[in-house]
Design a protein around this ligand. Structure first.
Ligand code: IMP
Length: 427
């Protein structure tokens, strides 16, 4: 197996960081292909915790090459801080390559993200306020600044002055905010360009060469399928394609190069930000899962909304991504709960909906149809094989497989790399 894509199967924060880190042990290259520093992975290595937002977690292995590909939007200040943080902790970052075609998150994007959210009032999206949406908007509007532009002073000045003409007009006239100074931004981003220059290349060439050589290449998705701009709960979504197809465009490889796609799902569901969430819990069980699972955002620290596992969401994810299997994380968080619920369908008045609705307004009115299963009372954190799990935990896993139609290939029962039950070779 040469090219494997890992995607979030729910609304992000599924524990992809741990699964990717686990697989990165066998990978020759790890590629980020969408999103930006709205994402956040926490990886625990020998009791040392690493928080990463842009750099692929493969960087924590001494021989793995890492790529931030064209589909990512990069805030250069954040990336340089992250590189310094890794270097201070003894990590060699010279194995990282950044796409010349990746778009740059500019300070006006971050400011516009906040102003837009403020203006939406009770219709706000709950974005991470990292400027991600406005940066992708500029990419689509063809007024974005790409990493390559930072390396060419005349090009940078030209593109920046065109962009500022429009941004300053919006900032001052629509929002009464202060304009940005061309000279100040030009100097700052030229300096960022010089600092990033050793890492910049056309990464599509590098990734394709690696695949063609038979290297094991892991594509690390950020966010989750339900936040995909086309296939998620629009408009409560991010502005990129966290689903598997996004890997092809975002890394510059043909879809035929992808061998397998695995989805990562928590044993329950969480969501940060606004938008529909049919299995959301508003009771003590929700609070208990939030506290036990430390369900607070890596990037923003926001408490995550918590709910039961939703098989309707997972079936949608299996279809959109063509999943080969699922990795189920945080099963240990459910230890000691007397019963567990799984949504198997939704009900809208008298109608039963087996598939995930395609509009936010239908979603708002549905209620989940639950199947109730008995829980287990022994802690499972030390378990390393499926047959050593309590019978009810095994039944929970089997039932999920039946409901979503793909095998569960990996089960995570704790934060450390070792707290993992592997059922299948993933590469
Ligand atoms: P944005 O990506 O900052 O524009 O935010 C859009 C939506 O995606 C909001 O609901 C965010 O909370 C959500 N989002 C963005 N990144 C992540 C992530 O890494 N995990 C979970 N939710 C995210």
């Amino acid at each position: 197996m040469s090219a494997v894509v890992i995607v979030g199967a729910q609304w992000g924060d599924e524990g992809k960081g741990k699964v990717i880190d686990f697989l990165a042990q066998q990978a020759d290259m790890v590629v980020r292909h969408q999103g930006g520093n709205n994402a956040g992975h926490t990886v625990v290595v020998h009791d040392q915790e690493f928080k990463l937002h842009l750099v692929p977690s493969g960087i924590l292995y001494p021989n793995t090459r890492c790529v931030i590909a064209n589909g990512v939007v990069i805030d250069p200040g954040v990336l340089l801080d992250e590189l310094a943080y890794l270097q201070e902790r003894g990590v060699d970052v010279s194995r990282l390559t950044i796409s010349s075609k990746a778009h740059v998150v500019m300070p006006y994007h971050t400011q516009l993200d906040a102003l837009n959210e403020n203006h939406r009032g009770d219709r706000k999206l709950g974005t991470t306020l990292r400027g991600i949406g406005p940066a992708y908007m500029d990419k689509a509007a063809r007024v974005g600044i790409r990493v390559a532009d930072l390396l060419y002073p005349a090009e940078l000045r030209d593109r920046l002055s065109r962009a500022l003409e429009e941004k300053n007009r919006v900032l001052t006239r629509a929002y009464g905010a202060k304009p940005f100074s061309l000279e100040e931004l030009y100097d700052r981003f030229l300096a960022y360009g010089q600092a990033l220059k050793p890492y910049v290349a056309d990464t599509s060439i590098i990734i394709n060469e690696a695949i063609n050589r038979g290297d094991r290449v892991l594509f690390e998705g950020a966010q989750g399928t339900m936040l995909d701009i086309d296939h998620g709960t629009y408009p409560y979504v991010t502005s990129s394609h966290p689903s598997a197809g996004g890997a092809a465009i975002g890394a510059g490889i043909g879809p035929t190069k992808i061998d397998r796609v695995y989805g990562v799902a928590k044993a329950y569901t969480t969501r940060v930000g606004d938008g529909p969430f049919p299995t959301e819990l508003h009771d003590n069980i929700g609070d208990l899962i939030r506290e036990r699972g430390h369900e607070y955002g890596t990037t923003t620290g926001r408490p995550r909304r918590v709910g039961w596992l939703d098989a309707v969401v997972l079936r949608h994810s299996v279809r959109i991504n063509g999943l080969s299997g699922l990795a189920l994380t945080r099963l240990d968080v459910l230890d000691g709960l007397p019963e567990l619920k799984i949504a198997t369908a939704y009900r809208d008045q008298e109608m039963t909906l087996p598939e995930f609705p395609d509009t936010a307004f239908v979603l708002r009115s549905v209620s989940p149809v639950y199947e109730v299963m008995p829980g287990w009372d022994t802690p499972i954190g030390q378990t390393r094989s499926l047959r050593d799990l309590p019978v009810n935990a095994q039944r929970y896993i089997e039932r999920i497989e039946e409901l979503v139609g793909v095998p569960i290939v990996l089960i995570s029962v704790g934060r450390e790399r070792a707290s993992t039950i592997v059922r299948d070779e993933l590469f």
